[in-house]
Design a protein around this ligand. Structure first.
Ligand SMILES: Nc1nc2c(c(=O)[nH]1)N[C@H]1C(S)=C(S)[C@@H](COP(=O)(O)O)O[C@H]1N2
Ligand SMILES: [Mo]
Length: 529
């Protein structure tokens, strides 16, 4: 089922996917999973109903569904496990479910060779059992539950119909319908489905949370700069300066997060290099580690949106690895690939020009969370995540932009995408009620690797007024701001804009996130009364 879902993500038209990211946010995946579950359940029930009259058609639909699921698992982009291992749970579940169905039928006195006179219940059972076949992963317990529901519904319908078709010849009629036995079998099949799911989770050699937590990352040889005392605006409601891992935004294409075993992990550095390197997790832990605060931003972030976060990363400088490998003349890009096969293209220059581009191993004092790329991901200051921040990275190929295209650029996003200068009002929230008199607004601004020089706020159509900037922690890090104003009765619109340290003023021209990031000014309406 997750295989089907992932394929849907890859095949989904760009606009639909953008819509999902924008409107469903991190909930887009549960909704997709739910959608696939419902579709499968409806399909199963349809097969069950058809099966009342035409068992073979229902059986055909069932097998088709099972094969579709296996196909999805087989063709899905995954380097985590080879094809055979990936489809194994699906195949096993399909076989067991079919055998189970056969047993159910036999226990009820039917021969599978019997044609249209089979009892309709048989087909409901078959269909629903196979429903679990298509769900060899996390959603499967839910699938199993739904399938069981569908089976029970099918049984009821079937029982009625069996009564209505009393004309079935004695010899071929059910030898008595044992409801209890049927339910037990049904739930046993559900359990098999769930078992298949568990097997599929365990097979790729994934690790658990305890193993992740047990990893000790040595202290960095180069620590993060000590934060100035005043990096926070200290206004209730402003985003915390360091975004906790739990609330850090997450954007990727996956329904199930890879749980790569660091003991088996390896990064291959190759392509236009003098020496190919193969680095394992221990190799990276033993290298010179660097700790940096870096603010990440997603290109899909709308003006005023939530897809930006700041964390303290620890890892190995990518430039040092590249120096060791020896970059050859003519190369201008790196194509990195994650364990699930997703590709990202990054300008070589951003990895070698002295900025803190890292193979990150840790985030905010712990090993990378699974959601954020465990065991190793890229972090490159100044570039949107889709061109720089490869999570679960396994392959790093020095190459030329002319020689490849990456996952998102194949879907209409720009090849090069530096983060645009941006600012956001965190407080007051839109349509907040504010008391007349002295009031405060506050928020964050970012222009990674250029730095924020100024933030201004405009009340209605008034003049731009300078906000007070919190201390700067570094040019790769967002900066908080506070604006004090005198609120008068009525509705007012506050608009914010930032100026980066190159002197560029944030543009008021509105642009959608695609192809290279949104632009425009964030504003918020407050009601003063
Ligand atoms: N393997 C992989 N890495 C990925 C992505 C992805 O879909 N798959 N998404 C990228 C995008 S679009 C962004 S904005 C960042 C988000 O990182 P986060 O989820 O840790 O916040 O990861 C990047 N790295
Ligand atoms: Mo992104």
């Amino acid at each position: 089922m997750v295989g089907v879902g992932t394929q849907m993500i890859d095949l989904a038209p760009g606009p639909l996917k953008d819509w999902a990211v924008k409107n469903l946010g991190t909930a887009d995946k549960p909704i997709l999973v739910g959608g696939v579950l419902v579709a499968v359940a409806v399909f199963a029930m349809a097969a069950g109903v058809i099966g009342l009259k035409r068992p073979r058609v229902a059986l055909g639909m069932t097998v088709l569904l099972g094969l579709l699921a296996i196909l999805a698992a087989a063709t899905g982009r995954s380097l985590a496990t080879n094809g055979v291992v990936r489809v194994l749970p699906g195949v096993i579940t399909l076989l067991v479910a079919t055998a189970g169905m056969y047993l159910v039928l036999r226990s009820r006195g039917y021969s599978l060779r019997g044609s249209r006179k089979q009892p309709p219940e048989a087909d409901a059972t078959a269909t629903s059992s196979l429903t679990t076949t298509g769900s060899p992963t996390s959603g499967a317990s839910a699938t199993a539950g739904q399938a069981a529901g569908a089976e029970i519904a099918g049984t009821e319908a079937g029982t009625e119909t069996a009564g209505a078709h009393a004309a079935i010849p004695e010899a071929e009629a059910p030898s008595g319908f044992d409801r209890r036995k049927f339910l037990v079998t049904t739930f046993a099949l559900g359990a098999v489905g769930a078992g298949g799911a568990v097997v599929s989770r365990v097979l790729p050699g994934g690790v658990d949370e305890a193993t992740r937590r047990a990893i000790r990352i040595p202290a960095a040889a180069s620590r993060a700069k000590v934060l100035p005392a005043g990096v926070a605006a200290n206004v209730a409601g402003v985003s915390p300066f360091v975004t906790p891992n739990k609330s850090f935004y997450r954007v990727d294409t996956l329904l199930t997060v890879p749980k790569v075993d660091p003991r088996n992990w390896e990064l291959r550095v190759h392509g236009m290099v003098d020496r190919e390197l193969r680095l394992n997790f221990a190799d990276l832990l033993n290298r010179r580690l660097v700790e940096r605060d870096i603010t990440l931003t997603c290109v899909s972030n709308e003006v005023g949106g939530p897809y930006v976060g700041n964390a303290r990363w620890i890892g190995v400088p990518i430039a040092e690895i590249l120096r060791e490998a020896g970059v050859q003349a003519g190369a201008d890009a790196v194509k990195s690939t994650s364990v699930d096969g997703l590709t990202i293209g990054t300008p070589l220059q951003a990895l070698t020009d002295g900025r803190d581009a890292l193979f990150a191993l840790g985030m905010n004092g712990e090993p990378l969370p699974f959601d954020h790329g465990f065991p190793v991901r890229m972090v490159v200051p100044g570039l949107y995540g889709y061109v720089s921040a490869t999570k679960w990275i396994v392959d790093f190929e020095v190459t030329r932009f002319d020689d490849f295209s990456a996952y998102w650029t194949d879907r209409g996003w720009a090849v090069e995408a530096p983060i645009k200068t941006a600012s956001r009002i965190d407080v007051p929230k839109g349509f907040a009620r504010v008391k007349p008199g002295p009031a405060v607004a506050a928020g964050v601004a970012w222009a990674q690797h250029r730095g924020i020089a100024k933030v201004e706020v405009q009340v209605d159509d008034g003049p731009w007024q300078e906000a007070q900037l919190a201390d700067e922690a570094g040019i790769d890090i967002w900066r908080q701001w506070t604006f004090r104003w005198n609120a008068t009765s009525g509705n007012h619109t506050l608009t914010v804009r930032a100026t980066d340290k190159t002197g560029q003023v944030q543009t008021a021209d509105r642009a959608a996130p695609r192809p290279n990031g949104s632009s425009g000014l964030h504003n918020t309406v407050v009601m003063v009364e």
